[in-house]
Ligand binder design. Structure first.
Ligand code: ADP
Ligand code: MG
Length: 734
């Protein structure tokens, strides 16, 4: 091959996994289930599936083998398949392919497919036995994502029916016993790895080394968190999560007596509830000015704080100077061009700084990292089963995660890790993170259990590695009954069947189906795409006021964030036609990337609705109604029972939900600017609980709309209508 190809083969042979190649292959051929663990970067994801493919080709089964390797995130499925194809000297879509929601590259001869866990679950929907599949590799199982835990229950059921099917579970950490015993003591293989030592600096040391001074003022420098912080300070400790209170207790008990007064003073100002951007900036400056060459990996919590931090750093004279610093972001929704830059080595004299979410903890390995900055938090969904509120907020990571983050600095030489919290806080972390199945609403999952015909929901979920609380299961089943997706006996209705085919949450799926039935799909698909991709309205923290008024322009005073979203999207589509999409986005604080993702999701909805039979293939978008009242009613039909009551007081509004009492609006909601809302109700998609409960996007509705479109009566009527429609279609098709 080419010199480049030869170099890649050399790299492949140098990976720790290569030494175990024969052991791994033998174990896989002799056992139905094998659990493989090994330090991140040792070659599990890129090598093991390839070894299997090579062995199958050698054994003359190259034409019949069919290997599926699941990834928890779409971005890793894409990045890994590209890498593996390159290592095999092919282009994507030959023997190696990928498939994620909305995108894929797979050819007739594809034998090794990297896909998201969701895609494999969808495939199980149409083919319960995974006919033709020879190997299933479930990667990153240590993350304990909901889909992965779910897939394991299904596969455990399937294995006896498919004795020749091979299952390989891959984990980055040493908790292999848990998975092995779940599969009847399946053999475990550990790939020993080598990493250089990494020195840990906790906050107290950082303050000593860098002589940085924390003050109460510069602790509140975060985008929009100040208000919440103040509120959090006032609330009692009882309502905090267990970890958050453990952190506070250990802070109070800590003795920083050995440190100099300035450091002690700083530590007393440190706010555990926020991520100090100025501190991060200071640490990055310190590294750039004083440390040897090497890339820096900064662990943040999500797309929004990465962008906000990037904005702040770009304005800095040193960190924002492209001739000295290459500043990159790494998160689930970045473009693939940006993704390539992350792996590249920058020119000499330029320091690469990557701001990443916890996906850089285990699923993506950046080889030249020497310095890690760890904010100690990750965005985590949590779920309060008692009042049925999903919460998404930055929470403290586990000890296992913190070690994993630190380890990222020791891949090529001894490294340094800066933890932006005191050592005593680390000691208060939990050992491992709680599995997602135990901290998220289970509605989609329960619907999937039913559509896969896996029997009773609670029986099925009781077979999980760590089963969820009965109350969460009961809540989810009740919800599905309320929207008409399940009948009294927990059987899937026609509506439920349709909902399980749409790749969105059940309530959003219901909104789409209502849109189809009432012939106003165009605006409704936009609303659902926006709610299920992410908000396209950007809120850069330093231009918050400008961004808020840009959004308000789309409101037309109709008291609906969702209608504002529809107008913004329609405007973008027109601008795109005139080749001025980017200008439009820039002027209006919109994310072009998000709008494009919404666009492809809309196309997919349409395709699926045609398959279901709810949209004629000859129908065009222009024929759809855009009636504002109808759209408002359908939004209500989908978002019910997410409602809160509106009480107009003199020059202010008070909002209440049944479960929470008083609630507040996010400041960027168009309704947050209003002094009066001339409707009795708001419907909303999501509440975020940060001690106070905040509503994200909302639409105002009248009594009659709520009565007619909300509630269970309508759910059942819709199901009846769909059943009848199905009957007619069948009659005329036959
Ligand atoms: P594991 O799954 O055990 O964490 P991987 O198979 O992902 O390990 O990675 C093995 C090696 O391949 C690592 O050194 C990693 O940096 C490298 N690698 C993976 N993907 C890419 C890529 N897209 N470009 C360059 N190197 C990569
Ligand atoms: Mg991996």
């Amino acid at each position: 091959g080419s010199p480049e190809g030869q170099k890649m083969q050399e790299i492949r042979r140098s990976l720790p996994a290569f030494k175990e190649r024969e052991t791994l292959l033998r174990a896989i051929s002799e056992n139905q289930v094998v659990v493989v663990s090994g330090e991140t970067g040792c070659g599990k994801t890129t090598q093991l599936p390839q070894y299997i493919l090579e062995a199958e080709i050698e054994a003359a089964r190259g034409a019949t083998c069919n290997i599926i390797c699941t990834q928890p995130r779409r971005i890793s499925a894409m990045a890994v398949s590209e890498r593996v194809a390159a290592e095999r000297g092919e282009s994507l879509g030959e023997s190696v392919g990928y498939k994620v929601r909305l995108e894929g590259m797979k050819g007739r001869d594809t034998r090794l497919l990297f896909c998201t866990t969701g895609i494999l679950l969808r495939r199980l929907l149409v083919d319960r036995n995974l006919g033709g599949v020879t190997h299933v590799i479930v990667d990153e199982i240590h993350e304990r994502g909901m889909n992965e835990d779910f897939l394991l229950i299904v596969l455990k059921d399937l294995l006896p029916r498919r004795p020749e099917l091979r299952l390989i579970l891959m984990s980055a950490t040493l908790n292999a016993e848990l998975f092995s015993s779940y599969f009847g003591r399946a053999p475990m293989i550990h790939i020993p790895g080598f990493t250089y030592p990494v020195r840990s600096h906790f906050l107290e040391n950082i303050l000593e080394i860098t002589r940085y001074r924390l003050t109460p003022y510069n602790q509140i420098d975060n985008y929009g968190q100040d208000k919440m912080w103040k509120m959090q300070k006032q609330t009692d400790r009882k309502r905090k999560t267990q970890i958050a209170s453990a952190v506070e207790e250990s802070l109070e008990a800590a003795d920083f007596g050995q440190y100099n007064p300035r450091t002690r003073d700083s530590l007393s100002c440190w706010n555990p509830d926020s991520i100090g951007f100025n501190l991060i900036e200071h640490v990055l400056c310190h590294i750039c000015k004083n440390e040897r060459p090497g890339a820096v990996l900064v662990f943040m919590t999500g797309w929004d704080d990465i962008n906000a931090l990037k904005d702040q750093l770009q304005a800095h004279p040193l960190l924002g100077d492209p001739s000295r610093v290459l500043l990159l972001a790494c998160h689930g929704s970045m473009a693939s061009a940006e993704q390539k830059l992350i792996f590249d080595k920058p020119e000499d004299g330029i320091r690469k700084i990557v701001l990443a979410t916890n996906m850089a903890e285990t699923s993506i390995t950046i080889n030249d990292v020497v310095f890690v900055v760890d904010c100690g938090k990750a965005k985590e969904t949590s779920y309060d089963a008692l009042n049925n509120t999903p919460c998404l907020l930055p929470s403290w990571i586990s000890k296992a995660s913190a070690r994993q983050r630190r380890g990222r600095a020791g891949r090529v030489q001894p490294g340094e890790c800066y933890h932006l919290y005191p050592r005593c806080v680390f000691e208060a972390f939990a050992d491992y993170q709680l599995p997602e199945l135990l901290r998220t609403p289970l509605q989609s999952l329960c619907l999937q259990i039913k559509s896969l015909q896996l029997g009773s929901i609670s029986d099925f979920l009781s077979k999980a590695l760590q089963p969820p609380e009965p109350l969460s299961v009961q809540n989810a089943v009740e919800f599905l009954k309320t929207i008409g997706a399940l009948d009294e006996n927990e059987n899937l209705t026609v509506l439920g069947q349709h909902l399980s085919m749409l790749p969105v949450e059940p309530k959003l799926g219901k909104m789409i189906i209502l849109g189809a039935v009432f012939n106003c799909l165009d605006p409704i698909m936009t609303v659902v795409a926006g709610l299920s991709v992410r908000d396209p309205f950007l809120m850069p923290f330093d231009k918050k006021d400008l961004a808020e008024s840009a959004k308000a322009q789309f409101s037309a005073r109709d008291f609906s964030d969702h209608l504002a979203l529809v107008r913004a999207y329609d405007g973008w589509r027109n601008a795109e036609r005139q080749q001025s999409g980017y200008e439009y986005c820039w002027k209006n604080f919109l994310s072009a990337q998000t709008l494009k993702a919404m666009d492809s999701l809309r196309k997919q909805f349409l395709h699926l609705l045609k398959e279901i039979g709810l949209v004629d293939s000859f129908q065009s978008c222009n024929a759809w109604s855009n009636d504002e009242h109808l759209v408002r009613a359908i939004i209500c039909g989908g978002l019910f029972p997410g409602i809160c009551s509106v009480v107009n007081k003199e020059r202010s509004i008070s909002l209440k939900t049944m479960e929470d009492g008083g609630v507040l609006l996010y400041s960027n909601s168009v309704n947050a600017q209003e002094l009066q809302i001339p409707y009795p109700w708001l419907v909303f998609n999501e509440k975020v609980k940060v001690n106070a409960v905040f509503l994200r996007d909302s639409t105002a509705v009248s009594d009659s709309v709520l009565l007619l479109f909300g509630g269970s009566i309508f759910g059942r009527a819709l199901d009846g209508y769909l059943m009848m429609l199905g009957g007619y279609l069948e009659f005329f098709m036959s």
